[in-house]
Design a protein around this ligand. Structure first.
Ligand SMILES: Nc1ncnc2c1ncn2[C@@H]1O[C@H](COP(=O)(O)OP(=O)(O)OP(=O)(O)O)[C@@H](O)[C@H]1O
Ligand SMILES: CC(C)(COP(=O)(O)O)[C@@H](O)C(=O)O
Ligand code: BAL
Length: 253
């Protein structure tokens, strides 16, 4: 990895880029994952590279939904495994959730390497190697495990594809997306759309998980029933508008 000086103004973002590039070299991340990361970075710029108010609102509801779930599952792809293997394992622990590898550019080698990566970061069990169920999709993301994504009531899908997200919602599941693009089909079809960077979102969710675990069940139910995803998404778009307006005002001469 290229050494990134700690005092670089975009340190976090450059480290993330190095991690995804290293993921490709290790065979964990698909080459297409680099493009997905670049698209994410551009939206991160637009939201100001911080967790916005609307993101925190969605993250709180997402944590409540995961804590109340009977079978919560976190879906892991090649970008997630490169960027935050320690954080997804920590989140699964706090939430009592299962981890399942689910890939668009699926190869058995990548599935194996990602499982090894998660285990090296402390996961005891990772599903995805032996899919025994299918979603109604015409690509490899259809391959799932019956104990995992197939029967999950709540699924966390970071960096998701719109059509699988839609399918999971159609199956009656609560789908939590993490996607920096509030305009993506994923963001617009998920039950809870978190418009935030994967690494910041996971850090926030781990902290919130520890905090909300101490709450009464009624409080968690209240958080979910009062949550409005349209409001969260609309605020995410407004936050981008405000950010751009502030920059435009600065540039005006
Ligand atoms: N580190 C990251 N954190 C959060 N989101 C990210 C990150 N890297 C990439 N993304 C987002 O993940 C998405 C993955 O890209 P992909 O090409 O699958 O989107 P898409 O096909 O446009 O999605 P959709 O089908 O939902 O419209 C992009 O919208 C991108 O903004
Ligand atoms: C690159 C990726 C974001 C993930 O790919 P994989 O790790 O194979 O699920 C994929 O969804 C895509 O948009 O191309
Ligand atoms: N975004 C296209 C591929 C996928 O994530 O399923």
């Amino acid at each position: 990895m290229t050494e990134i000086p700690k005092d670089h103004p975009r340190y976090e973002s450059l480290i993330a880029r190095e991690k995804v590039a290293a993921g490709v070299k290790m065979g964990i991340t698909s080459i297409q994952g680099l493009i997905a990361q670049g698209r994410g970075e551009s939206f991160d710029y637009l939201i100001g590279e911080r967790s916005t108010k609307s993101a925190l609102y969605a993250e709180r509801a997402a944590v409540a939904a995961m804590l109340l779930a009977k079978n919560p599952v976190i879906s892991v792809n090649g970008n997630v495994a490169a960027l935050a293997p320690d954080k997804v394992v920590a989140l699964a622990d706090v939430m009592g959730a299962k981890l399942e590898v689910n890939l668009f550019h699926r190869t058995e080698t990548r599935v194996r390497l990602i499982i090894e990566q998660l285990k090296a970061n402390g996961a005891s069990e990772v599903l995805g190697k032996n899919p025994d169920a299918t979603l109604e999709l015409s690509h490899d993301r259809r391959l799932v495990e019956s104990r995992g994504i197939y029967s999950a009531d709540v699924v966390l899908v970071p960096l998701e594809d719109g059509d699988r997200c839609e399918k999971l919602v159609e199956m009656g599941k609560t789908v939590i997306a993490i996607d920096l693009n509030p305009l993506s089909r994923t963001s617009r079809t998920a039950t809870i759309s978190i418009v935030d960077n994967l690494t910041r979102a996971l850090d926030n969710m781990i902290k919130l998980g520890v905090e909300l675990k101490k709450e009464r069940k009624e409080e968690l139910v209240e958080l979910i029933t009062t949550y409005d995803n349209k409001r969260a998404l609309s605020e995410a778009v407004s936050e981008i508008q405000e950010n751009l307006k502030a920059i435009a005002a600065e540039l005006e001469y």
